[in-house]
Design a protein around this ligand. Structure first.
Ligand SMILES: NC(=O)c1ccc[n+]([C@@H]2O[C@H](COP(=O)([O-])OP(=O)(O)OC[C@H]3O[C@@H](n4cnc5c(N)ncnc54)[C@H](O)[C@@H]3O)[C@@H](O)[C@H]2O)c1
Length: 248
C-alpha cells in the first residue's frame, strides 16, 4: 500500500538537531524524500546517514539571507520539487532586554524569523501552482509567555513566527497550501539539557503537569500529523506541545 507522502519532497531546516532529525524521520516514514538543511559539518552528515536513502544533506548558513533565499532552488534542482517546508532551525538566546545588544537581536531574528520568511517566499509559487503544500514553523511556548527562561530576542522571534504563520495561512488557504506552527516547550535536546541549570530544570519539571520533558519523537509526530493530506482543513493553527504547562 502506498504511503501518504509518497512522491513528496520536504525541506527540514535544523535537521542536524534532535527535533529536526525526528521530524525528518517521521516524514520519511510517510514516504517523503527529505532535504536536510543545517550548517555544514559532521552533525549534518550524521543526520543524512541516519535517514539513509531517504535524505540528502544541504549545507546552508540560514543566517545569510542570500543563502536562505537560494536554498529552495538548490533543493528543487536536486530533488525536483518542494511540497513541504519545515522551518525548524533556531538559535536560543536567554538574554533579557538589557543584555541583548543589536548584534544579538539580529543573530536571533535572522535565523528564527528572516530565514523562515525567505524560504517560505521561495517555495510558495510552486506550491500554489500544484495546489498543494505544507508549511510548518517551529514556534515556541516562549511566544506566549514572554519566555520563562528564554530571552527577549528569542521570545520575539517566535512570536513573530506565529504571526507569519497566521499571515501566510490566510494568504494561501484558498490555494491548497496550509501553514501551521508547533509551539513546543522544553523538548529534551541540548537546548534544554545544556543551556539550563540543574535547579532551573528541576523547577520546570515541577511545573509541567505531564511531569517530564517532551521527547523529540513527539515533536516529529506533530510535524507528520500537520503534513498529512488529511490535515488539509487545519491552517493557521499553533499547536501547543507543552505537557500542559500552559492551557489556552
Ligand atoms: N528544545 C526545546 O525545548 C525547544 C522548545 C521550543 C522551541 N524549540 C525550537 O525547536 C527548534 C529546534 O530546536 P532544538 O532544540 O532541536 O535545537 P538544536 O540547537 O539542537 O537544533 C537547532 C538546529 O538549527 C541549526 N541552526 C542554527 N543556526 C543555523 C543557521 N544559521 N543555519 C542553518 N542551521 C542553523 C543548528 O545547527 C541545529 O542543528 C528551534 O527552532 C527551537 O527554537 C525548541
Amino acid at each position: 500500500m502506498g504511503r501518504v507522502l509518497d512522491g513528496k519532497v520536504a525541506i527540514v531546516t535544523g535537521a542536524a538537531g534532535p527535533m529536526g532529525l525526528a521530524a525528518a524521520q517521521a516524514l520519511a516514514a510517510d514516504g517523503a524524500r527529505l532535504a536536510l538543511v543545517d550548517l555544514p559539518g559532521a552533525r549534518l552528515d550524521a543526520a543524512a546517514q541516519a535517514l539513509g536513502g531517504d535524505g540528502a544533506p544541504f549545507a546552508c548558513d540560514l543566517a545569510q539571507p542570500e543563502a536562505a533565499a537560494a536554498l529552495a532552488q538548490r533543493v528543487t534542482d536536486a530533488l525536483g520539487r518542494v511540497d513541504i517546508l519545515v522551518n525548524n532551525a533556531g538559535v536560543l538566546s536567554n538574554a533579557k532586554s538589557q543584555a541583548t545588544d543589536y548584534n544579538e537581536w539580529r543573530r536571533v531574528l535572522a535565523v528564527n524569523l528572516d530565514a523562515a520568511f525567505l524560504l517560505a517566499r521561495a517555495v510558495i509559487p510552486a506550491m500554489k501552482e500544484r495546489r498543494w503544500g505544507r508549511i510548518i514553523n517551529t514556534s515556541s511556548l516562549a511566544s506566549k509567555t514572554g519566555g520563562l527562561t528564554a530571552g527577549t530576542a528569542y521570545s520575539v522571534s517566535k512570536g513573530a513566527l506565529s504571526a507569519l504563520t497566521f499571515s501566510l495561512a490566510r494568504e494561501l488557504a484558498a490555494h491548497g497550501v496550509t501553514v501551521n506552527a508547533i509551539a513546543p516547550a522544553y523538548v529534551r535536546t541540548p537546548m534544554v539539557t545544556e543551556q539550563l541549570t540543574e535547579s532551573q530544570r528541576q523547577a520546570l519539571l515541577a511545573q509541567i503537569p505531564v511531569g517530564r520533558f517532551c521527547e523529540p519523537e513527539e515533536f516529529g509526530h506533530a510535524v507528520r500529523f500537520l503534513a498529512a493530506p488529511l490535515s488539509g482543513f487545519i491552517t493557521g493553527e499553533v499547536l501547543d506541545l507543552n505537557g500542559g504547562l500552559q492551557m489556552d
